[in-house]
Design a protein around this ligand. Structure first.
Ligand SMILES: Cc1cc2nc3c(=O)[nH]c(=O)nc-3n(C[C@H](O)[C@H](O)[C@H](O)COP(=O)(O)OP(=O)(O)OC[C@H]3O[C@@H](n4cnc5c(N)ncnc54)[C@H](O)[C@@H]3O)c2cc1C
Length: 465
């Protein structure tokens, strides 16, 4: 009998088998694969798409990690994981799972160093601006500074390690015995035939449920009307299987939103624009929030404005800085960015009311000079004021990925509702409960790849059963 994608029957046949089967070829699955292979396991990665991409390749590829040698090399003082753990908890107002926050903050540094040592991944540290909530420069990226390049490097490492990645292989069923031991998985091939693959351990690395509108409406109604900007193939399979198996699920209402997606172009506009002095105004030309609260919760603030849109307003200095981000350069090429020599021109190219716009810019000049305080409590004094020529881009809010999921122990084993680990089931990345707590505002920049890489690293390290 099959219920919720779980069959309690003995598999009818086994077409192939591996010690460790991994579902999903994003950052979590590929790091887990490299680690399991290094421990001597025979590993097989199954990916639903014809070519692996996942949310990982759509991401900016920025991974926060404390106390790494890459930080030390450029003089960043961030010597212990405790400060990062404290930043994680501060952003979620203490609501993220404390054990997982501790686990992630302690695992991610060693994981990045291992990927460099064992597989030649070069990490640079972004030290030219701080994301909201990070008290040190600890964003690591591959030199190209894109998620696509990160995924490409991981795929190359997996290929060099001789780990097979089977594509066009959506897993549609898990076989579990009465002790909840996973014995095999079934994949459905594009021509409709199915194959059954036996395993000694299974790692769920198939992300969350952002691509499943029904689950989003059920768990996160506040963003149900917003655009989903993550990988469409992430349909919540891990969560649905976990539910059917009796796994503990936590913080399903948590997610990463983003309040600055160029509209209608659908291109990410880095939050660095806001951190450097930019502002967001609504169609009435008025600010509506503290832009330094965080880009995740800003998704909800932007969607709450007339027509669910806002304009990012900034200047030539910030424009020049932003050109260093590949996404921004793409937005320029796509014609999303408007330019004007003065406020009147800015009103014309954006269609915003000139008087209100002039008033808003006048207000922030006073906040910047210290003459007045921002009613939204943003501190404008640390950065130069905005000066003509001005730049603007119309943006909307979007759901990037979900943050709730399967509870895991310190070895990334999935836990049942009584807190007992399943015999051979592991999870990481968006499939597992993250470290952002139950609210959108709990997402500290980088929490996505943090748990994809850290928990993937743990799952791969401990999955020899
Ligand atoms: C635009 C954008 C920017 C972002 N920027 C950042 C950033 O800079 N830093 C950061 O930390 N996070 C960022 N994130 C979040 C980050 O991308 C994700 O948290 C992370 O990539 C999750 O990794 P993963 O391996 O769990 O999932 P994914 O990379 O999504 O991989 C999951 C894979 O599983 C496959 N799959 C799903 N179901 C099945 C199935 N049933 N059978 C087989 N395969 C299946 C999918 O096709 C997919 O390839 C960003 C997200 C977006 C959308």
């Amino acid at each position: 009998m099959t219920l919720g994608g779980i069959s309690r029957d003995t598999p009818p046949r086994i077409d192939a088998e591996a010690d460790v089967v991994i579902i999903g070829a994003g950052a979590c699955g590929l790091v887990a694969a490299l680690r399991a292979k290094a421990a001597g396991a025979d590993v097989l990665v199954l990916e639903r798409d014809a070519s692996p991409s996942g949310s990982t390749s759509m991401s900016s590829g920025f991974v926060p990690a404390p106390a790494t040698r890459f930080q030390r090399a450029i003089g960043v003082e961030d010597d212990t994981p405790e400060l990062f753990e404290a930043d994680l908890l501060a952003k979620s107002k203490g609501k993220s799972d404390k054990r997982l926050a501790r686990l992630a903050s302690r695992t991610i540094g060693p994981a990045l160093e291992w990927l460099a040592d064992a597989h030649g991944l070069d990490w640079i540290v972004l030290d030219d601006f701080l994301y909201p909530g990070h008290s040190r420069h600890r964003m690591h990226a591959v030199p190209e500074k894109t998620g696509a390049a990160l995924l490409a490097r991981l795929l190359t490492a997996v290929e060099q390690a001789d780990i097979p990645v089977v594509t066009d292989a959506p897993v549609t069923k898990l076989f579990a015995d009465t002790d909840n031991r996973i014995t095999a998985v079934e994949i459905s091939r594009p021509d409709g035939h199915t194959e059954t693959l036996g395993c000694k351990a299974l790692i769920l690395a198939c992300n969350g449920y952002g691509g499943n509108r029904e689950l989003v409406a059920r768990h996160i109604p506040e963003i149900a009307e917003g655009m989903y900007y993550g990988h469409e193939g992430n349909k919540g399979d891990a969560i649905l299987w976990g539910e059917a198996l009796g796994a503990e699920l936590k913080h399903l209402s948590g997610y990463q939103g983003h309040g600055s997606l160029a509209h209608p172009h659908g291109i990410l506009i880095s939050w660095a624009l806001m951190m450097e002095g930019g502002i967001q105004v609504n169609l009435e030309g008025r600010r509506f929030s503290n832009e330094h609260g965080g880009y995740s919760e800003q998704a909800v603030h932007v969607l709450g404005q007339p027509d669910g849109v806002a304009w990012d307003i900034y200047d030539a200095r910030i424009h020049a800085f932003a050109l260093g981000f590949p996404d921004y350069a793409e937005a320029v090429k796509a014609g999303a960015i408007r330019e004007a020599s003065d406020v009147s021109g800015l009103a014309k190219v954006t269609g915003l009311p000139e008087a209100a716009l002039a008033e808003t810019l006048g207000d922030i000049a006073r906040y910047q000079s210290g003459e007045a305080d921002d009613p939204f409590s943003r501190d404008f004094t640390g950065k130069p004021g905005l000066a003509p020529p001005y730049y603007a881009v119309k943006v909307t809010g979007a759901l990037f990925h979900t943050q709730g999921g399967l509870m895991i122990d310190d070895e990334a084993r999935v836990l049942d509702r009584a807190g007992k680990p399943f015999p051979n089931l592991f999870a990481g990345g968006g499939a597992a409960c993250g470290v952002s707590g139950p609210e959108v505002s709990g997402y500290l920049s980088g929490n996505g790849l943090l748990t994809a890489i850290a928990f993937g690293y743990l799952a791969g390290s401990f999955c020899q059963v």
